[in-house]
Write a protein that binds this ligand. Structure first.
Ligand code: GDP
Ligand code: MG
Length: 455
């Protein structure tokens, strides 16, 4: 529990002009009395110059700020000491704080206490983490929006919509004779539509946020010898993957970052999806390839269009279609080896003709990739939003549950029945989990352990 007092160096390792030691908990004033030259109780939220000592030894002159609970970052009493930024000074000050009754904080423990004390929700806590680790101005802006509660507000709104539906539905089932305004089937359907739609567009915002932060994930799939590695190299402009006319050369998924007309991408070359793999290395390469296809935002389905369709093309197509079910964009067909001519069987079904060997058609392919990502119908209206993977997964499963409720409602004429309500309760849970409500200890541990000590 949070009844002990924690301390940590809150600034990065190494020396700098200033370094911060942070203490939080019920014994902060006792720690302050033991460490600082203060005689009377400090005024909250006021910076004061103070000598820091460890028993009789003077350690540093620092600027000290005391925050009185609950008006502090953690919601507890907090002391922040801006010391001279030598790691030697900071370590001694920290040791002195520990001798005075504090214990060393675990990673993220200050933010965890802020969460436990209701100062922030989990979405905001993850915003703190994203802000601390932001490397670009874009990432910083996204994280700041999450920290400021943008995501939390959206999720809370969704929760309210769900709760309304739950309340109305449960009232109808539990008290069928009460004179509450009954929710007609049409109205229930309308509300469920709005809920799913709103969730879908938030999910789209999260996806855009991830694209901005991490780049678009593009996987290259297709049967062995279709020219995947050759195309991978051509798109990167380097000879990164081995190209070989013997099938099954590429045994592992290779990943590289690339810039495709200003879109930053992570490109993956997969091992050919062939059915008669010869050994375990190739099999595990194929498994990794399937994983890459599933995780991709866009799959390029490469075909050797100079040859007639084969059974291997067909089984690759099935694998890619299965994978594409989880990605947002449909797979893009790439008719490779156009320099050798195109077999008539491929003329149906569309696709972009290229030659990875000569470079013909690559410009058109790049343009098609670029527009696949920007022609996204909801793309323009939905602002990008930062969220963790955990939150995106929660939202995705909430959406699935809402869709299930919507289907049930459409099929029954009673409006929202008991089965639909069960799905809606699940929606409510998942949304709450995005904000850290009722989160089991392990989830909180996983979230906060990614923080640095002192945050
Ligand atoms: N003529 C021609 N050959 C190609 C083209 N793309 C790849 N190849 C050849 O096809 C063979 C297989 O290519 P590779 O990229 O290793 O195929 P992967 O197994 O799908 O990765 C190699 O001999 C390549 O040189 C192309 O556009 N035109
Ligand atoms: Mg290959």
């Amino acid at each position: 529990m949070t009844n002990d007092t924690i301390a940590a160096i809150a600034s990065p390792e190494g020396s700098g002009a200033l370094g911060v030691v942070r203490v939080s908990g019920p014994d902060v004033l006792a720690v302050a009395r033991s460490l600082l030259s203060w005689r009377e109780a400090p005024e909250p939220a006021r910076a004061r110059l103070a000598r820091v000592r460890d028993e009789d030894e003077l350690l540093d002159e620092a600027v000290a700020v005391y925050f009185k609970a609950p008006r502090s970052y953690t919601g507890e009493d907090v002391l922040e000491l801006s010391c001279h930024g030598s790691s030697c000074v900071l370590r001694r000050v920290l040791e002195a704080a520990i001798r005075a009754g504090a214990r060393l904080a675990r990673p993220g423990e200050f933010t965890r206490r802020a969460f436990m004390n209701g100062r922030i929700d989990l979405a905001q806590a993850e915003g703190v983490l994203a802000l601390v680790s932001s490397r670009t101005d874009r990432a910083r802006r996204l994280a700041m929006a999450a920290l400021a509660g943008g995501l939390s507000r959206r999720v809370r709104h969704l929760k309210e919509m769900t709760l309304d539906l739950l309340a109305l539905g449960e009232a109808l089932i539990d008290h069928p004779d009460e004179p509450i305004a009954p929710l007609s089937r049409d109205e229930a359907q309308g509300r469920l539509d709005a809920l799913s739609e709103e969730m879908g567009s938030l999910l789209e915002g999260l996806r855009r946020g991830r694209l901005l932060r991490e780049g678009a994930r593009i996987a290259i799939g297709g049967r062995p010898n279709a020219g995947k590695s050759c195309l991978f190299n051509a798109l990167l402009g380097t000879e990164r993957a081995i190209v070989c006319d013997e099938p099954g050369t590429t045994r592992d998924a290779i990943e590289e970052t690339a810039d495709i007309e200003g879109l930053s991408c992570v490109l993956t070359d997969t091992a050919g999806l062939r059915s008669q793999a010869r050994d375990r290395a190739e099999l595990s390469g194929i498994a990794r390839g399937k994983e890459a296809l599933r995780a991709a935002d866009l799959v390029l389905f490469v075909i050797d269009a100079s040859a007639p369709p084969s059974a291997e093309d067909e089984s690759s197509r099935e694998d890619i279609e299965t994978a594409a079910k989880t990605s947002v964009l449909p797979a893009l067909r790439v008719l490779n080896k156009s320099d050798l001519g195109t077999h008539e069987a491929w003329s149906q079904g569309g696709g972009i003709a290229v030659s990875a060997k000569t470079g013909a058609g690559l410009g058109a392919l790049r343009a098609a990739i670029r527009s696949a990502f920007s022609l996204d119908p909801m793309g323009e209206s939905e602002p990008a939003m930062a969220a963790s993977l955990r939150q995106a997964e929660d939202l995705r499963s909430a959406l699935k549950e809402a869709e299930a409720a919507r289907r049930l409602c459409r099929e029954s004429d009673a409006g929202i029945d008991e089965r639909a309500l069960a799905h809606l309760r699940e929606v409510f849970e998942r949304l709450g989990s995005m904000l850290g409500e009722g989160s089991p200890e392990e989830i909180l541990d996983a979230v906060f352990s990614r923080f640095c000590v002192g945050k």
